[in-house]
Design a protein around this ligand. Structure first.
Ligand code: ADP
Ligand code: MG
Length: 324
C-alpha cells in the first residue's frame, strides 16, 4: 500500500540527529516555534530546484538532497549568518521510498555538519521540485550586505572558479578527463561546499559579500550595482584548479562567467589584506585577490598584457532560451 503523506513525513523527515535548544516546537504542528537570540537579526533565504531546469532526472537523490540545502546555506554564508533551521517544501510526482531515503540522507548529512534542524515543510504531488528555506542569525551591524563596497576596496574570491561548470559538462561527456579529475569535477558540481565558517570569519572584515551562483562577473556586478561602484578584474589572477588546467581549454569564460561554484566573492579595504590572509590560513579553500573596486560603474576585465577581456556571456540566464 502506498505511504500516506503523514507516514512519509514521519518516516523520512522527522528522524534527524540535530535537535537544537532554540527549537520550542519542530515538525508536527501547524507551525514550528523557534527562538531568535536577543539582539540578532533572523537571516532568511529560500531557493527552489526544479527538475529539468536545475538538475536532470538522472541525478543521484542523495546528491540532490545535499545540494538543495547547500545552495541555501551558501546564501547564509554570504550574509555572514550562522545557520540554525530549515524548512523543506517537496513536490513529488510519486512516492518512491528508495528515492526518499536517499534524498533525506543527503539532506541530513549536510544539515548535521552545520547543526541545522529541519523544523517543518510541506509535501505535495506534482512535477519534482524542491524548495528549501534556511534561517540563520547575524547581528544587524555585522551582516555582509552587497551594498558596502567602496572605490579602492580589494576584491577577493574563495576557492577556485569554473569547476562546477566543467563538472556539469563532464556529466554528459564522460571519459574526456582522467578518473581523478572526473570525480573532483562531479563533486564540485553536485556537492558544492557552502563557505559558512568563512562567511562568519568575514564579519567586520569584508565591506560587501555575495556567493557566486550565477558566475563571478554577474554576481560581482550585483555588488557593484548595490554599492554604486564598478570593478576591475585581473583575469589571470582568478583562482583556478588543476581540473581547469586539464579540462578548461584555457577558456577564461569558465571561471569568470560560469555559475554554480558557490564560492564567496567579497570586498575589503586594502589595509585589511594581511588580516584576510591570516584568516584564510585556517581555511583550506583560501582566498585570492583578483582586483579592485572603482568609481566608474561596470565590471571590466583586463589581461596581464593589458588587453581587455570581453566575456562571452554574463552569467547564466534561466530564461535565455525561453520564448515569451
Ligand atoms: P498543515 O496542513 O497544517 O500545513 P501538514 O499536514 O502539511 O500541515 O504538515 C504536517 C507537519 O509536517 C507540519 O509540521 C509540517 O511542517 C511538516 N512537514 C510537511 N512536509 C514536510 C517535509 N517535506 N519536511 C519536513 N516537514 C514537513
Ligand atoms: Mg495547519
Amino acid at each position: 500500500m502506498a505511504l500516506s503523506e503523514f507516514q512519509l513525513i514521519s518516516n523520512y523527515f522527522t528522524r534527524q540527529s540535530v535537535t537544537r535548544a532554540d527549537v520550542a516546537l519542530g515538525i508536527g504542528d501547524d507551525a514550528a516555534l523557534v527562538r531568535v537570540p536577543a539582539g540578532q537579526c533572523l537571516a532568511v533565504s529560500i531557493d527552489t530546484l526544479v527538475e529539468g531546469v536545475h538538475f536532470l532526472s538522472d541525478i543521484d537523490p542523495d546528491d540532490l538532497g545535499y545540494r538543495a540545502l547547500a545552495v541555501n546555506l551558501s546564501d547564509l554564508a554570504a550574509m555572514g549568518a550562522q545557520p540554525a533551521w530549515a524548512t523543506l517544501a517537496l513536490t513529488l510526482p510519486r512516492i518512491d521510498e528508495n528515492w526518499l531515503g536517499q534524498f533525506s540522507a543527503g539532506f541530513f548529512a549536510l544539515a548535521q555538519q552545520h547543526n541545522v534542524q529541519l523544523v517543518g515543510g510541506n509535501t505535495t504531488h506534482g512535477p519534482l521540485s524542491i524548495s528549501v528555506q534556511v534561517h540563520g542569525f547575524v547581528p544587524e551591524a555585522q551582516a555582509l550586505r552587497r551594498s558596502g563596497a567602496q572605490a579602492g576596496d580589494l576584491i577577493f574570491v574563495t576557492g577556485t572558479l569554473g569547476d562546477a561548470a566543467i563538472g556539469l559538462h563532464l556529466a554528459s561527456h564522460p571519459h574526456t578527463v582522467g578518473a581523478q579529475h572526473a570525480q573532483y569535477a562531479a563533486q564540485r558540481w553536485l556537492r558544492p561546499t557552502p563557505r559558512v565558517a568563512e562567511g562568519l570569519a568575514l564579519r567586520e572584515v569584508a565591506s560587501a559579500c555575495i556567493d557566486i551562483s550565477d558566475g563571478l562577473l554577474a554576481d560581482l556586478g550585483h555588488i557593484c550595482a548595490a554599492s554604486r561602484t564598478g570593478a576591475l578584474i585581473a583575469v589571470e589572477q582568478t583562482p583556478v584548479s588543476q581540473l581547469f588546467r586539464a579540462a578548461g581549454n584555457g577558456d577564461w569564460n569558465l571561471p569568470l562567467c560560469a555559475g554554480d561554484d558557490y564560492e564567496l566573492c567579497f570586498t575589503a579595504a586594502p589595509q585589511r589584506r594581511a588580516q584576510i590572509e591570516e584568516i584564510f590560513r585556517a581555511f583550506a579553500c583560501g582566498a585570492t585577490c583578483i582586483g579592485a573596486i572603482e568609481t566608474a560603474p561596470g565590471v571590466r576585465c583586463v589581461m596581464q598584457d593589458g588587453r581587455p577581456f570581453t566575456p562571452e556571456q554574463r552569467g547564466y540566464d534561466h530564461f535565455r532560451n525561453v520564448t515569451p
